[in-house]
Write a protein that binds this ligand. Sequence first.
Ligand code: NAD
Ligand code: SIN
Length: 486
Amino acid sequence: MTNKILINGEWREGRGEEFSSRDPSTGEEIWTGKSATKSDVSDAVSAARGAFETWALTPVGTRIEIMERYRDLIKRDADDLAQLISRETGKPFWETKTEAAAVAGKVDISIKAFHERTGERSSSAGATNAVLRHRPHGVMAVLGPYNFPAHLPNGHIVPALIAGNTAVFKPSEMTPGPGAFIIERMVEAGVPDGVVNMVQGARETGAALTGADVNGVLFTGGAKTGLAIHKQFADRLDVILALELGGNNPLIWWDTKDVDAAALAVVQSAFLTTGQRCTCARRLIVPEGASGDKAIEALAKLTDRLVIGAPFDEPQPFMGPVITPQVAEGLERAFDQLLDRDGEAIRNLSVRDEGAAFVTPGIVDVTRADAVPDEEHFGPLLKVWRVADFDEAVARANATKFGLSAGLLSDDRGKWDRFLALSRAGIVNWNRQTTGASGAAPFGGIGESGNHRPSAYYAADYCAYPVASMEGETLLPIADDQVGIK
Ligand code: NAD
Ligand code: SIN
């Protein structure tokens, strides 16, 4: 995979500082390259601007054919992509194979969504045709996170290009490789020069991109960054923002006969991808008393059985390291702070070896803790609340400024109906893990989890704007009985 940046079909070195990504399970360097300067970013945006008109006027069938070729190239190279993602993120290989499959799968989903959500429709009333069409916005800046370094930016870029936009993409500085890998396949598939461009770099490069002459910012990342971007565009009604942010997601566990199955759903919600999914459960809410005690005991026992290891270990681990040793230390600190606030450890979150990115999954009872922050800890840290009744459980679930995912584990259909009706989140599941959302459904949240522009199946909506037309081949003549005309 290349360490260059792509501007107008030309791969060249960035003119900024050198930076690297590292395998979080070994510390080995995976990618080294130079970041794009403000002037590189400006060149990339100019290239995208220059390519826009021709691409927007290219028949949609041609744009789709190119994206289908891209899909087939990703399928051809799926194992290489999965390996690269595993090496850069530390995610187990079984898991990154599903990410590579999702990258290819996104093309067909986006084609369907393009036609269903933003296609063309017409109806006639007399001599007038009422036609609804959709038009691309222009140049889209795409900024990606590290946890799904290929799948999530791909989920913005593919629908944006199908709709006729051009794009400048900046991968996360922690995972530049998979971003470069997918863009190389887009070029090989025949995406014309300037239609897709890629710059590499950290926050400054991202800020240069959002500060450039773009028509849209399609961002997946943390709430703090998302809010900063939102503020940056407070007086810019002309730029479309799609902000896909994090959450402090609740999971209620109430009256399940199969305690072990429920414990598995909790573990898959809280600790999958080492807790580095935006949909991960961060808060578990269980009843006071014996049934809650039994639930916690089953959860703790299952947590002890989770295999933690490097991506290519055999047998395959359940979870790998977090993204960097610094993130691992930050999570350990966050866990210790909850203990300082009178939280009670059920399982300790601790860095496994000094200077490494492996951590053990932490579970802490914060029922009696003081001022527990309403924050997303992006790692395997689960806070537990014990509550007296189901109404309190639902109130506790909704007690967050975020609203991405929420779940209920319960055998009681009535409780599910109530939870579904009252829950304030964009993804609300029953007896299923909170993670692993379907790409064929809309994906987004409320509150500080986004700006009401869900992605995945609804990405088509933010990639085009509707144009309503009333049309006739000829003008309508003045009628004899024209109202109001003498
Ligand atoms: P992040 O916000 O730190 O970075 C995301 C991207 O923004 C990176 O490319 C980064 O370089 C860039 N960036 C940082 N500061 C910027 C600035 N001031 N201007 C422009 N760009 C800037 O996020 P992360 O740590 O890479 O990813 C983890 C976060 O992403 C978590 O909070 C997680 O919940 C969230 N996430 C959300 C979704 C979703 O779909 N809702 C999916 C995955 C991850
Ligand atoms: C994510 O995008 O971070 C998670 C998606 C999911 O697993 O639901």
